[in-house]
Every structure is written in C-alpha cells, then in structure tokens.
Design a protein around this ligand. Structure first.
Ligand SMILES: [Zn+2]
Length: 141
C-alpha cells in the first residue's frame, strides 16, 4: 500500500492504518505534531475553558453573580449601608438577571422550534403536491 502523505510504498506493519488509508510512521508523526501545535494554547485555551465553564455553570453568568455579591459586601461592610436595603436590591438584580436568562433560553428554544415547524410544513406541502400529482397521473391512465 501507498502512504497517503508521501506516497512511499508502506506495508501495514510499518504504517498506521485509518480505514482504507495508510500513513507511514514519518507522515503520521509529522501530522500528529502539526495537529498538536495547532491546538489552542495559553490565553486562547484559558478563554475557551472559561466559556465552557460558564456554559456548564447554570442559568446565570458566574462572573456577574460574583460581582453582584462583591458589590453587596462592599456596600454593607465598607459603606455601612443598611443590610435590608442592600439585600433587597441584590434580590431584585438577581431576579432581573434570571428573568433575562430565562427569556434568552425561551427565545433560543422558540427559534429552534420555528425552524422545525417551517421544515415540517415544507415537507407536508411537498407530500401534498406529490399526492396531487399522483392523482392527476391516475386521471390520465
Ligand atoms: Zn509517508
């Protein structure tokens, strides 16, 4: 068999097989190194991990919640504001955030549903057209 990369004659024992394709050890190593070096690293990897973590965290964005709590602590402990006033305004802000997050999820869901409905209607319409065509073909026989 030929190596997919360098076209050198390679047998199954000295190459690495992928389905019907074969790579010699040199080409496999080179491609593996290329793939490894194209992986995100440093700041990009950190940002990706953060995005995934946020997505898995739940309904509310973690950073915004943390900021809200920190602001609340600051207002109560440093600026000596009234606990009930601060906790009341935090409660309101959390409710606003939760409301917005739920709205966003509902909108995303509806967007998905509407495209599914349009697809369903289009296929229904096509089926009706096919049936009408078959009926008119029957007429001609
Ligand atoms: Zn090769």
């Amino acid at each position: 068999m030929q190596c997919l990369g360098c076209k050198k004659e390679t047998d199954r024992k000295s190459g690495i097989e992928f389905g019907n394709d074969l790579l010699c050890v040199d080409c496999f190593t080179k491609r593996a190194q290329e793939a490894a070096s194209s992986r995100p690293s440093g700041a990009k990897l950190k940002a990706l991990r953060k995005a995934v973590k946020e997505e898995l965290a739940g309904l509310l964005p973690e950073d915004a919640l943390k900021q809200l709590i920190e602001d609340g602590y600051r207002r109560i402990l440093i600026h000596r504001e009234d606990f009930d006033v601060v906790s009341g305004s935090m409660k309101n802000q959390i409710q606003v955030m939760a409301g917005m997050a739920v709205c966003r999820r509902v909108l995303e869901f509806m967007r998905g549903m509407s495209s599914a409905i349009v697809q369903g209607l289009e296929s229904e319409e096509q089926e009706i057209r096919d049936q009408l065509k078959r009926l008119s073909d029957l007429d001609k026989q």
